[in-house]
Design a protein. Structure first.
Length: 385
C-alpha cells in the first residue's frame, strides 16, 4: 500500500490533522489515519472537555480563539451538533504571589480581546454561592468558556475527513516505522507495510513509543488524570462553572444529568511517576486510587462543604502527556518526513483543531507558521527526556 501521508493516532489530534489535510488535499493525494483501537478510545474520551481562554501565553489564547471559531463552523457543517455548553470558567487563588500572576494573565487576556472579568470575593460568591471563599484573594471569570463532548468533536472531525477522502483505518496497529538514511519511508502495521514519505506522530500517550520506532527520544512524560463524577443530594440550583483552585489544582464543574466532575490539575514534568503503560488505560480499565479520592474528599470539605454528602456515581482515569514547558511538540524532527503533534499537556481538546489546519498548510502549501517555530521539537535539543 502506498500513501502520501500516514497519521498515527485516532484521538482528537489525529482526527484534527486528518480533517485539516482532507480540506486541502489535491485530487489523488492519499492520506491514511491509523488507529490500533477505536477512534477516541484513548485519552481524548476521558477528558473533561473544557475549552477556556484563561491561558498565560498569547499563542495559546490565539489558538483557542481559533478553536472556538472552528467549533461554531463545525456545528453548522456536522450532521450532529457538538453542544458546546457555555458554563463559564473561574480561576481563583490565595496569596500575593498567586494574585500577581493571575492579574498578569488577566491583563494579557484583556489585551487579546478575551471577555474576562476580575472577581472580588463578593462577586465570586454571587456566581458560586457554595464556595468557601474566606481565604480567597482574587479570581478571574470568563463567561463565554465551556465544555463539550470530546467524543462528538473527534468523530465529527473524523467523519468530515472521511467525506473529504481521508482513509481511516481502525484496529490497525503500527508496529514499526521504516527509516532509511535519515528519512522516513513508511510504517509497518500488523497487517502489512504502508509506504509513505510523511508520517505524523499523533499518538498521545503512545507518542514516546512511536518516536522510539523512528529512532528518536522526545521529552514527554505520562501523568494519570483521575476524575470522579458525583451526584449532589440537592439539585444544583444554578450553573457551576469550570473552577480551578490555583493553590491546590483542585477543579470541578457541572456535568449533564445534575452531576459534578471533580479532579486535580497536574502538569508537573519533573516528578518521578514510575512506569505507566498506556495500553492499560484504553477504554475505562483503570479507576481512581484511594490517595486521589482522599484528596478530593478533603478539597470538597474545604471548598464545597454543601456537597460533602454527594453520592459517588463513577470514576475513571485518563492520561496526559506533558512536556517540560507544558506546550505541545509540533512539526518536523531530525528524521526527514517524520513529524510530531504530541505532548499537549492536557490541552489537546483546546488546541488540536487549529493544529490540524497549521500542519495541512505547512505540508501541502509550505506555508510557514510562527506556531511551528515556537512549538518545534528543536527547542528541546540537548535536553534529556
Amino acid at each position: 500500500m502506498i500513501a502520501d501521508v500516514a497519521i498515527i493516532g485516532g484521538g482528537i489530534v489525529g482526527a484534527s490533522i486528518a480533517y485539516g489535510l482532507g480540506l486541502k488535499k489535491p485530487r489523488g493525494f492519499r492520506v491514511i489515519l491509523l488507529e490500533k483501537e477505536a477512534l477516541c478510545s484513548g485519552s481524548t474520551s476521558k477528558s473533561v472537555g473544557v475549552i477556556y481562554l484563561q491561558h498565560s501565553t498569547p499563542m495559546e489564547i490565539e489558538l483557542i480563539q481559533w478553536t472556538l471559531e472552528m467549533i461554531r463552523e463545525l456545528d453548522e457543517s456536522s450532521p450532529s451538533r457538538l453542544d458546546f455548553n457555555k458554563i463559564g470558567f473561574i480561576h481563583f487563588c490565595r496569596g500575593d504571589e498567586e494574585v500577581d500572576r493571575l492579574r498578569q494573565n488577566f491583563i494579557l487576556q484583556k489585551g487579546a480581546g478575551v471577555q474576562v472579568r476580575w472577581l472580588e470575593r463578593q462577586d465570586l460568591l454571587q456566581i458560586l454561592p457554595q464556595l468557601t471563599t474566606s481565604d480567597v484573594s482574587g479570581a478571574a471569570f470568563t463567561p463565554e468558556d465551556g465544555y463539550l463532548d470530546p467524543y462528538l468533536l473527534t468523530t465529527a472531525l473524523a467523519e468530515l475527513a472521511r467525506d473529504a477522502g481521508v482513509e481511516i483505518e481502525v484496529g490497525k496497529e503500527v508496529k514499526a516505522i521504516v527509516v532509511e538514511k535519515g528519512k522516513v519511508r513508511g510504517v509497518i502495521t500488523d497487517s502489512g507495510k504502508i509506504e509513505a514519505p510523511i508520517v505524523i506522530n499523533a499518538a498521545g500517550p503512545w507518542a514516546g513509543i512511536v518516536a522510539n520506532m523512528a529512532g528518536l527520544t522526545i521529552p514527554i512524560k505520562i501523568i494519570r488524570g483521575q476524575i470522579l463524577a458525583v451526584k449532589p443530594k440537592k439539585r444544583l440550583a444554578q450553573v457551576v462553572p469550570m473552577t480551578i483552585d490555583l493553590s491546590t489544582g483542585f477543579y470541578f464543574r457541572e456535568e449533564t444529568g445534575g452531576l459534578l466532575l471533580l479532579g486535580k490539575l497536574d502538569k508537573a514534568f519533573d516528578v518521578d511517576r514510575g512506569h505507566i503503560d498506556p495500553d492499560d488505560y484504553c477504554e475505562y480499565k483503570q479507576k481512581p486510587d484511594d490517595e486521589f479520592k482522599g484528596f478530593i474528599i478533603e478539597r470538597v470539605d474545604e471548598r464545597l462543604p454543601s456537597f460533602s454528602d454527594s453520592q459517588l456515581v463513577r470514576g475513571w482515569v485518563g492520561l496526559r502527556t506533558v512536556t517540560p514547558d507544558c506546550l505541545p511538540i509540533l512539526g518536523e524532527t531530525e528524521v526527514k518526513g517524520f513529524l510530531c503533534a504530541v505532548g499537549f499537556s492536557g490541552a489537546g481538546i483546546q488546541l488540536a483543531p487549529p493544529i490540524g489546519q497549521i500542519i495541512a498548510d505547512f505540508l501541502l502549501d509550505r506555508i510557514p507558521s510562527p506556531y511551528l517555530d515556537i512549538l518545534s521539537p528543536r527547542r528541546f535539543l540537548g535536553n534529556k527526556a
